[in-house]
Design a protein. Structure first.
Length: 229
């Protein structure tokens, strides 16, 4: 069934530029935006804080339920949305910390964790026209989305982008280390049994290796215009 509001699903592997593109697109179209990776990362942060093991599926689901996580879609917020959990706002520094990045793929592989996230993501999508970025948005979360994009880029391009981002934040990580991290996360996301990272059959696949974020956004805007016509 066609959703009541415009839904744009943007999926793809780590560091493919999903969040930059999804956030920019939402701004251009004046619609809501959520990076669902931030939800898995918030749970990873809560797990680290409470010393909950990344392989304890039941404890992780309880932790998420007990933390009273509040997600509001707010174009004025730096991320384009706000997440408050355990009484504090979860900012970019928390979400992108190395400790969080190191455990998040393990946490995101648990089916019951995913069920809890998907339920809440579907409720959020009822609020209005939305761009949602993640790994399973077009396949599982919003399978009836009018626009589905699968954004890829070569490992080399993704490493270069992530390295530039980190350098801007004053962190220097070697190309070798970043390639290993990205390839390991790709492997975990693609090989997990629950909602593995795959393009939806009706997704538009965009290889952004040689494209700027603005070029990718313009290309998606063309797909959106066609879907609305
Ligand atoms: O996009 P990201 O790097 O912030 O995602 C963090 C982790 O969460 C990554 O290992 C994949 C997982 N994830 C997921 O499984 N499903 C989503 N919809 C979003 C993220």
């Amino acid at each position: 069934m066609t959703p009541a509001h415009l839904q744009i699903a943007i999926d793809g592997p780590a560091a493919s530029g999903k969040t930059t593109v999804a956030h920019g697109l939402a701004r251009n179209l004046h619609i809501l935006y959520l990076d669902t990776g931030a939800m898995y990362r918030t749970l990873a942060f809560l797990a680290l804080q409470t010393r909950t093991e990344a392989d304890n599926e039941i404890a992780l689901v309880h932790l998420w339920d007990a933390a009273g996580v509040k997600i509001s879609l707010d174009a004025e917020a730096p991320l384009g949305f706000r997440i408050v959990a355990a009484g504090r706002e979860i900012d970019e520094a928390i979400l992108q910390s190395n400790q969080v990045t190191a455990v998040v793929s393990t946490i995101a592989a648990h089916p019951r964790v995913r069920d809890a996230m998907v339920r809440s993501q579907r409720e959020i999508a009822l609020q209005g026209p939305v761009v949602m970025a993640g790994r399973d948005i077009g396949t599982v979360v919003l399978p009836s989305a009018q626009v589905k994009i699968f954004l890829t880029a070569s490992v080399e391009a993704r490493v270069a982008r992530r390295r530039a981002q980190l350098q801007e934040a004053g962190v220097d990580v070697s190309v070798h280390q970043l390639s290993q991290e990205i390839e390991e996360r790709d492997r975990l996301d693609r090989e997990r049994a629950a909602s593995p990272l795959v393009p939806a059959p009706d997704a538009h696949v965009i290889d952004s290796s040689a494209m700027t974020a603005d070029e990718v956004i313009a290309e998606i805007e063309r797909v959106v215009a066609l879907a609305r016509a």
